[in-house]
Design a protein around this ligand. Structure first.
Ligand code: PLP
Length: 420
C-alpha cells in the first residue's frame, strides 16, 4: 500500500488569508443554517413542486402520477400555452435571436420593443409605455424617479412587496393608510397637504384576497386634495373590465388614474416582463433615470414576441378578456353552495377561507392526492387566523375541470370537518 506523504503546510501570508476566508464562510454557513432552521420550525418553509410539462390547466408534477389539474397559476386567460402566442415567440427567436446582450440604451432596443411599448400604451389608453424585465423592476424603478424629499407617497398597507420595496428606495415622505380605508386615506391626504407632489399608490386587485381597490373613491379624494393616483394592475390587466383594460376600466376611472404598472408574466402570456404606462414626460424621465431599466438587460425577443401576440389578441377581440368570468362564477357559486367561504368578489382569485394554517396545508396535500393542485397560504403571507387555499381560475379550465375541483374540495372538506 502506498502511504500518502505527510503534508507539511507552512503558514505563508496567503494561506493565512485563505484560512480566514474558510472561517468566514464556515461562520456564514452556520448563520444561514440557523436562519433556515428558524423558517422550518416556524412552519413557514416554502417548498417548490416541480412541473414537468408546460403551464396550463392540466400539468404533470414530479412525484405525482398522471394528469394534475392546476388551480394555482396566474394564467388567467390561458395564454401561456396558446398556440399563437407560442408561435410568435418562436418567430421572434428565429428573427431576433435569444437576447440582446445589452441594456436598452446601449444596443438593446429592437423594433419589437418599441412596437410592444406602443401597443401597451394603446391598450391602456395612456400616452407612453416603458418595458422592464419584470413588474417587480417597474415598481422598484418608478417611485425614486418621480418623487423626491419634498413629495409624499400614500400607500395601502397591503400593497405588494415590490411596491413596498420601491417606496423604500425613494426619498419622499411615506404615509401608509389602512387597507382600502378611504377615511384613513383622507386623513393622510390632509396630513401630507404641504408636500409638493403626492401620489396615492394601490394594487388594483390584492392578490391574497382577490379584493378590488375602491378606485372611484380614491380618485375622488385624490382630485379633492390634488394628488396623483398609481395602480399596480398585475392581477387585473387583460381580464378586468369589458375590454380587459383593468380595474380602472371596470370602475370607470381610466382617465382619472395617472400611472399604471403591470406585468407580462400573468394574463399577457405569462412569460416575464413588466411595464409602466403614463404621461410621456414621466416615461421619458424613467428611460433616463430608472435604475432597473438602465442597468439590466433588455427583454429577450421571444418574450417580447409572446407578449406582443397576447396584447394583439386582446386588442382585436373583447371575447378573450371575458372568457374567465363565467368560469369564476361557476367555481364561486358551487363552492358557496357546498358550504365553503370564498373571499373577494367576482375575481378569478378565489380564496377558500379555512382559518387554521395546518388545516390549509393538510387540505392542499389531500387535494393533490385527488389530482388537484392548489396551495395553502398562511401567516406571514396572510394575517394569523386567516389561512386559506387560494384557487385561481383560468379561462383554459373547462366546466368539467372546475366541477372536478369542487368535488375534490367537498371530499377533502368533509374529511377535515370543514363542510358537512
Ligand atoms: N405586483 C403584484 C401585485 C404582483 O402580484 C406581482 C407578482 O407576483 C408583481 C407586482 C411582480 O410581477 P413580476 O412577476 O412581473 O415581477
Amino acid at each position: 500500500m502506498i502511504r500518502p506523504r505527510a503534508l507539511h503546510i507552512t503558514l505563508t501570508p496567503s494561506t493565512t488569508t485563505s484560512n480566514r476566508g474558510c472561517a468566514a464562510i464556515a461562520e456564514a454557513r452556520s448563520v444561514l443554517e440557523h436562519e433556515l432552521e428558524t423558517i422550518r420550525t416556524g412552519g413557514t418553509w416554502k417548498g417548490e413542486r416541480v412541473i414537468t410539462s408546460k403551464q396550463g390547466p392540466h400539468i404533470n408534477v414530479d412525484g405525482s402520477r398522471g394528469d394534475i389539474l392546476n388551480f394555482c397559476a396566474n394564467n388567467y386567460l390561458g395564454l401561456s400555452s396558446h398556440p399563437q402566442v407560442v408561435e410568435a415567440g418562436i418567430e421572434a427567436l428565429k428573427k431576433y435571436g435569444a437576447g440582446l446582450s445589452s441594456v436598452r440604451f446601449i444596443c438593446g432596443t429592437q423594433d419589437i420593443h418599441k412596437d410592444l411599448e406602443q401597443k401597451l400604451a394603446q391598450f391602456h389608453e395612456r400616452e407612453d409605455c416603458i418595458l422592464y424585465a419584470s413588474c417587480f423592476d417597474a415598481n422598484a424603478g418608478l417611485f425614486e424617479v418621480l418623487l423626491g424629499p419634498d413629495d409624499a407617497v400614500l400607500s395601502d398597507e397591503l400593497n405588494h412587496a415590490s411596491i413596498i420595496d420601491g417606496i423604500r428606495l425613494c426619498r419622499a415622505k411615506r404615509f401608509r393608510y389602512k387597507h382600502m380605508d378611504l377615511n384613513d386615506l383622507e386623513t393622510q391626504l390632509k396630513e401630507s397637504q404641504s408636500s409638493r407632489l403626492r401620489l396615492v399608490v394601490t394594487d388594483g386587485v390584492f392578490s391574497m384576497d382577490g379584493d378590488m381597490a375602491p378606485l372611484k373613491g380614491i380618485c375622488d379624494l385624490a382630485e379633492q386634495y390634488g394628488a396623483m393616483v398609481f395602480i399596480d394592475e398585475c392581477h387585473a390587466t387583460g381580464f378586468m373590465g369589458p375590454r380587459g383594460r383593468g380595474t380602472d376600466e371596470l370602475l370607470g376611472v381610466m382617465d382619472r388614474v395617472h400611472i399604471v404598472n403591470s406585468t407580462l408574466g400573468k394574463a399577457l402570456g405569462g412569460a416575464a416582463g413588466g411595464y409602466t404606462v403614463g404621461p410621456k414626460p414621466l416615461i421619458d424621465l424613467l428611460r433616463q433615470r430608472s435604475r432597473p431599466y438602465l442597468f439590466s438587460n433588455s427583454l429577450p425577443p421571444p418574450v417580447v414576441g409572446c407578449a406582443t401576440r397576447a396584447v394583439e389578441l386582446l386588442l382585436t377581440s373583447n371575447e378573450i378578456a371575458q372568457s374567465v368570468g363565467d368560469k369564476t362564477m361557476r367555481f364561486r357559486n358551487k363552492m358557496t353552495d357546498a358550504g365553503f367561504t370564498i373571499s373577494g368578489s367576482d375575481h378569478p382569485i378565489c380564496p377558500v377561507m379555512l382559518g387554521d394554517a395546518r388545516l390549509a396545508s393538510l387540505m392542499a396535500d389531500d387535494m393533490l392526492k385527488l389530482g388537484v393542485y392548489v396551495i395553502g397560504f398562511s401567516y406571514p403571507v396572510v394575517p394569523k387566523g386567516k389561512a386559506r387555499i387560494r384557487v385561481q381560475i383560468s379561462a383554459a379550465h373547462t366546466d368539467q375541470d372546475i366541477d372536478r375541483a369542487v368535488d375534490a374540495f367537498i371530499q377533502t372538506g368533509r374529511k377535515h370537518g370543514v363542510v358537512s
